[in-house]
Design a protein around this ligand. Structure first.
Ligand code: FES
Ligand code: FES
Length: 154
């Protein structure tokens, strides 16, 4: 066990865990931020996507020892009021079906628009390729990303 001081959603958190513990479990079990979901556990589905210094990463394969001094953002911290342009577009388009994959989808989409505010269809497909939705909401996801991009407020 070791103590890690983490910056999560702009707040400092201290956890005492094994250094190999994946961030997904630090977030869910220790910090009680359960918006980040467990899907495959092997970095193949995207359900556990968070931002590390603004980049989308899979928290199920990210040991807590690798995140020291980096800013972590989860779906709970994406926007103070839950009104990030991507979240607004998601509501407008009514993207989710069961909803399980959607926090990860939104985290990938928001990271994409931050680095590329006006992505092409191909760039959207490439960026979102690793986020699997078993309900098949892909067409609405793409539509919402385009809406958020065109709003020029992402
Ligand atoms: S749970 Fe992390 S990618 Fe599937
Ligand atoms: S909305 Fe059900 S898995 Fe994506």
């Amino acid at each position: 066990m070791a103590t890690f001081n983490l910056n999560i959603n702009g707040e400092e958190h201290s956890v005492d865990v094994d250094p190999s513990t994946p961030m997904l479990w630090v977030l869910r079990d220790h910090i009680k931020l359960v918006g980040t979901k467990y899907g495959c556990g092997i970095a193949q589905c995207g359900a556990c996507t968070i931002h590390l210094d603004g980049n989308a990463v899979r928290s199920c394969q990210l040991p807590v020892s690798a995140v020291a001094d980096k800013e972590i953002t989860t779906i709970e911290g994406l926007s103070e009021n839950g009104d990030h342009p991507v979240q607004k577009a998601w509501l407008e388009v009514d993207v989710p079906q069961c909803g399980y994959c959607q926090a990860g989808q939104i985290m990938s989409a928001s990271a994409l628009l931050k680095r590329n505010p006006n992505p092409s269809d191909e760039e959207i497909e490439a960026a979102m390729n690793g986020n699997i939705c078993r309900c098949g909401t892909y067409i609405r996801i793409k539509k919402a990303i385009k809406m958020a991009a065109n709003s020029k407020i992402a």
